[in-house]
Ligand binder design. Structure first.
Ligand code: ZN
Length: 197
């Protein structure tokens, strides 16, 4: 990976084929990975996001970064929120959902790759997550709240899915015009937007 001292990245936007690619498992935990995660946090902050998957900048590795506010902590908080929220911003490597809670709830989601579009997505309230840290250490935790929502959204990205793919027809019809506008813009700009750090 030639990732050293990169200052330009291409945010992949809705409608392009790159967001549909399946990301590869990370097996090498080196300095390049640390630098990539660091840049991803910078990009996420620059764009005022709370989560970003590497695929969204055209790098097909199973790496996500999160910055979930402590104020989003559920009441009562879940073990995962207690463990992770104080560490934000943070990266998760090879995250996977190993168990889904049975309660399904609605929440308005947005995505840096689908700018200006917010729509209700149904997902489990709680999930059990297995992941690795940037050092390669395995962690496992159960979480709810915004953290659970965000991790599910980002893991979807690693599997080539964007939240728009999960909308019911009824909800999708509410944002159809915005999505069409994004598609048109995407076609003109190769479904990419330049990000300079
Ligand atoms: Zn997203």
């Amino acid at each position: 990976m030639a990732l050293k001292k990169r200052s330009n990245y291409a945010l992949q936007t809705y409608g392009g084929t790159n967001l549909k690619k399946i990301s590869e498992v990370v097996t090498v935990f080196d300095r390049d990975l640390l630098m990539l995660a660091d840049d991803m946090v910078k990009i996420m902050h620059k764009l005022n996001g709370i989560g970003l998957a590497a695929v969204q900048i055209g790098i097909y590795k199973r790496l996500i970064v999160l910055d979930i506010a402590q104020s989003s902590m559920g009441n009562p908080p879940t073990p995962g929120e207690l463990q992770l929220l104080p560490q934000m911003p943070m990266a998760l490597v090879n995250p996977e959902i190993v168990e889904y809670g049975s309660e399904i709830i609605p929440y308005d989601e947005g995505c840096l790759s689908v700018p200006e579009v917010y729509a209700q997505v149904m997902r489990p309230r709680t999930v059990k997550v297995k992941a690795q840290t940037l050092n390669g250490e395995t962690i496992e935790f159960e979480c709810g709240g915004l953290l659970a929502r965000c991790i599910q959204h980002e893991v979807d990205h690693l599997n080539g899915t964007v939240f728009v793919d999960r909308l019911t027809e009824e909800v999708k019809s509410l944002v159809r015009n915005e999505l069409s506008a994004l598609e048109r813009r995407g076609k003109r700009f190769d479904y990419q937007r330049n990000i300079r750090l």
